[in-house]
Ligand binder design. Sequence first.
Ligand code: UDX
Length: 450
Amino acid sequence: MRIAVVGTGHVGLVAAATLAEIGHRVVGTDADAERISLLSRGIAPFHEPGLDDLLRGTTESGRLSFTPDTGEAVSRAEVVFVCVGTPARSTGEANLIAVEKAVRAIAEYAIDGLVLVQKSTVPAGTAARVEQALRAQSRGRIRHIDVVSNPEFLREGRAIEDSLDPDRILVGSASARALRVMRAVYRPLIDKGCIYIETDVKTAELAKHASNAFLAMKISFANALAQICERAGADVMDVADIMGSDPRIGRAFLDAGLGYGGFCFPKDVQAFDRLAARLGYDFPLLREIARINDEAIDAAVDKLEDALWNLEDKRVTLLGLSFKPGTDDVRFSPALALARRLLAEGANVIGYDPQASSTAKEDLPELHVASDAYGAAAGAHAIVVCTEWPEFRALDLDLLCDAMANPLIVDGRNLFDPAAVTAAGFDYYPTGRPLRVQPSVAGNLDGFVA
Ligand code: UDX
């Protein structure tokens, strides 16, 4: 099929490459001409494992191309995916101006019979407005047009595997024709056995809000639990394992730490709260999720103050700057939220990240960045583990300890083995765990069950 993808951010670019990989002819377009020029030269504008290879393969085969001209991309497409950004307004509501602009361009150039697929996360009810706007703006030129909601569930850092082998594909539409077209679009993935859900537009839109808010709620629950565990002397990782062994709960997204960041959860939880309010329902649980998430940063600052007394003129090293491992994305990164707090307290903050040092520096120029973890730790009074990059587990703890002025680790991701770091001479503050290693409750349980 001939497909256009409007917006080449994380969602759009990965969708374009995936759709080309599964056999469609795809043209990607973006308002950012510089980005299109990079992409046309085969350069991915952000780090995503596997993306470079996928882009190379699909562009070389001729199935994927890019143009800055939306009209050119849209005018030949049977299906147009709208994947533009929907950032938060100051009120917390989603800003839909990029969606509106995309719809205007599509209305001008679309062919009759087009299926418009709304992939950006938008408030429930947006697809209906898009359809109205398309009909009004095309001034009768287009007789048949259908709008579909197809929310994206991919995770950054695993975007390619999530797209080529998704847990589920969700498609919402009232039109039997559009549902048929979407089945044809996703046929290769459906044939591989992927769960494929068809529903109405509003249910699809709300399912996306509900899924992201629920996942964020699990993380905030784990972070509140970590606070209780620290006070009670229990281990949040063992409690989470035990909770997770109940299939009704599940272990995923119960890792306590510095909290959630990224371009989705913070803005989506807020946007869902505003949507609920607009629909006349007060949903304070959503605001609590966000409040507990902010509290995770306070907890790390409290530990540093507990250990170092004053933070002014102290040198604090942040290991990991991206909002999670596997990406160079620092948008709403808890590491940078912590860096800002520490800078405001007068600390010198130096960070290291395997991928995100330069994006972090762009976002926060006052941050110093080092080219490796040992360099970042040199002369430091404390290390805070902000992102659980697997390579940090392989650090030589003796070398790290020797490099520091004061050997202290605040482990905001429970990355290190407490026994190993304390044996290397560190003062160690994990998150929601007792300082000394206790025989693992979950381990005992395993033994008992066996
Ligand atoms: C999320 C959703 O998972 C995805 O389905 C949706 O399409 C977009 O938003 P993403 O933002 O890429 O994906 O990252 P995700 O892996 O979900 O992690 C989000 C944040 O939660 C990260 O900052 C991560 O560190 C944090 N997190 C995750 C925790 O703090 N604890 C956990 O147990 C899991």
